[in-house]
Design a protein around this ligand. Structure first.
Ligand code: NAD
Ligand code: ZN
Length: 363
């Protein structure tokens, strides 16, 4: 049964939104105008956001710790799940009012350049990012772009869909980039976080064996419940390279490492502990972090370093399908929008296991 918020498709003139005016905050929840249907441009849609996941990227954007400039003031959020309530005139789209859709990090791109034509949509030089260059899903009614909205499959509740729209698609794509095959072993630094705990599940579906790396009892229990075979607490080991090699039967180390940590430390030795012909997939985006790679051993042992940045429309659709089939379950707690500043504090200090999903219409 759709909730009351989901079935009421009327469009008010004012709404609640969480925003900040300068880098570092404060983040405040305020009443702001709702863009009205007649103000929408062609290929824009107004989405009534019902739930939105909170990604560590939203925190990076608020703190301004990346070498990129975002719009200000900014309404963050890029894991928005909701309902189309209006579509701009002259839009070229199959979407209809009442359709369930997801707002991803990539809000729009040109779909004409070489990057787009090759399916590398996030690399389009005209790409717009939700909750970064355009206002995102931490508001009750968000303007987004019909070409990049994801359809949410029937039977997938909106609160379950939200975290898949960034965390899910990102790790699903990163696992493909690892080049791993069924039976291979992957390390996941950051395994207890939003991205990492979904990476364990997509890895299991792909037939991979998982060594989870993170810290604390809650994250350890979550990782093992989700099917990680081994657990390494990064605060408890002095020699992470030895710990990773020892965690594989033949002592050669994992075939790949999907680094989903928000701290640079997790990158430092990843090129050292992967086995020959292994791959480090860089996903987490800690500011000013470096990957240390010794050129001689990188060549001699044929190792690879690959960056992986969200996913395209097809990868988002695939990632959502696994969730709709019940094979991927985000561990989340639902919180009202007003808690966002507190959630950022908990995220900053590494206290969150899994994801937080905001209910945009909770009192
Ligand atoms: P999160 O805060 O939920 O999880 C990060 C996890 O990393 C935490 O559980 C933390 O305990 C763990 N961690 C910290 N230091 C570690 C270390 N040294 N070794 C192992 N684990 C460590 O964050 P999230 O939302 O999952 O995002 C993670 C990172 O991924 C962020 O930097 C975010 O910006 C980035 N991100 C990248 C993409 C992409 O397209 N590449 C997409 C989404 C998010
Ligand atoms: Zn994200």
């Amino acid at each position: 049964m759709p909730s009351r918020a989901e079935s009421d498709l009327s469009i008010p003139t004012r709404q609640k939104a969480a925003l900040f005016r300068r880098q570092g905050g404060p983040v405040t929840v305020e009443e702001v105008p709702v863009v009205q249907p007649e103000e929408l441009k062609p290929n824009q849609a107004l989405v009534k956001v019902i739930y939105s996941g909170v990604c560590h990227t939203d925190l990076h954007a608020m703190l301004g710790d990346w070498p990129l400039e975002n719009k200000l003031p900014l309404i963050g959020g890029h894991e928005g799940a909701g309902i189309v309530v209006a579509i701009g005139e002259h839009s070229d789209t199959d979407l209809k009012i009442g359709d369930k859709v997801g707002i991803k990090w990539i809000a729009d791109c040109c779909l004409k350049c070489e990057m787009c034509r090759k399916g590398y949509e996030p690399a389009c030089s005209k790409a717009q990012c939700s909750g970064f260059n355009v206002d995102g899903s931490f508001q009750q009614y968000a303007v987004s772009y019909t070409r990049q909205l994801s359809r949410i499959p029937d039977g997938l509740p909106l609160e379950d869909a939200a975290p898949i729209l960034c965390a899910g698609v990102t790790v699903y794509k990163a696992l493909k980039e690892s080049g791993c095959q069924a039976g291979d072993t992957i390390a996941i630094p950051g395994a207890g976080g939003g991205l990492g705990h979904l990476a364990i599940q997509y890895a299991n579906i792909m037939g991979l064996r998982v060594i989870a790396i993170d810290t604390g009892d809650e994250k350890r229990d979550l990782c093992s419940k989700l099917g990680a075979e081994k657990w390494i607490d990064f605060t408890q080991v002095d020699d992470i390279v030895k710990a990773l090699k020892d965690a594989t039967e033949d002592g050669l180390g994992p075939h790949a490492s999907i680094v989903t940590s928000s701290s640079g430390k997790a990158y430092e030795q990843a090129m050292e502990y992967i086995r020959p012909h292994g791959t480090v997939v860089a996903v987490g985006l800690p500011p000013s972090a470096k990957v240390n790679a010794d050129v001689f051993w990188t060549v001699f042992l044929s190792k690879k370093l690959v960056g992986s940045y969200v996913g395209n429309r097809q990868e988002a659709a695939e990632a959502l399908q696994f969730a709709a089939a019940g094979k991927i379950k985000t561990k989340y707690v639902i919180q009202p929008l007003s808690r966002l500043p507190m959630i950022y504090e908990q995220m900053h200090s590494g206290q969150l296991a899994g994801r937080v999903v905001l209910d945009l219409h909770a009192e």
